[in-house]
Design a binder for this molecule. Structure first.
Ligand SMILES: [Zn+2]
Length: 156
């Protein structure tokens, strides 16, 4: 034990801050994520839910450029689940973001940390049309269900 401690002790002063910092950086956004891990039978965005997400982004990718400050210049190619579908994120407008192919590929099924969500919402304030909530919510409520129904087709 003594010899193990003698190996660990010298690195602790910088190991502890690194562990703490990585925990803070990867911490999820509280109060916005899915309340269950049950998967929405709608796997992908379609119909009115898809077009609403792309239209409110002006057809442009909502991904970050220059770390979190700027906005990607590419055209939107996909609608991504901010909170991943595989982890219970529903296929609803408030959980959707328009991304280019490159940003979509890089995000994969990552659960977004708090700063990712806040930065997205901050960017959105400059381009979302009036009447659209910039906040991300991974919940299915009556209003979201109605947005999917408006297409005239129902979820399976
Ligand atoms: Zn992009």
């Amino acid at each position: 034990m003594d010899s193990l401690w003698s190996v660990i002790a010298p690195v602790l002063p910088w190991l502890i801050p690194i562990v703490l910092l990585s925990a803070v950086i990867s911490f999820p956004m509280l109060g916005r994520g899915p309340t269950s891990s049950k998967r929405d039978p709608w796997r992908g965005y379609k119909y009115g839910a898809r077009s609403t997400v792309i239209e409110r982004a002006g057809g442009r990718c909502e991904g970050a450029q220059f770390f979190a400050w700027g906005r990607c210049f590419a055209a939107a190619a996909e609608v991504d689940h901010v909170f991943p579908h595989s982890k219970g994120g529903p296929t609803v407008v408030s959980n959707g973001q328009a991304l280019c192919k490159d940003h979509n590929r890089r995000k994969r099924d990552m659960t977004p940390p708090w700063w990712y969500v806040l930065a997205l919402e901050k960017r959105r304030r400059s381009y979302f049309p009036a009447g659209h909530d910039v906040r991300v919510f991974a919940w299915m409520d009556d209003e979201e269900a109605a947005l999917r129904d408006r297409s005239g087709r129902r979820a399976r």
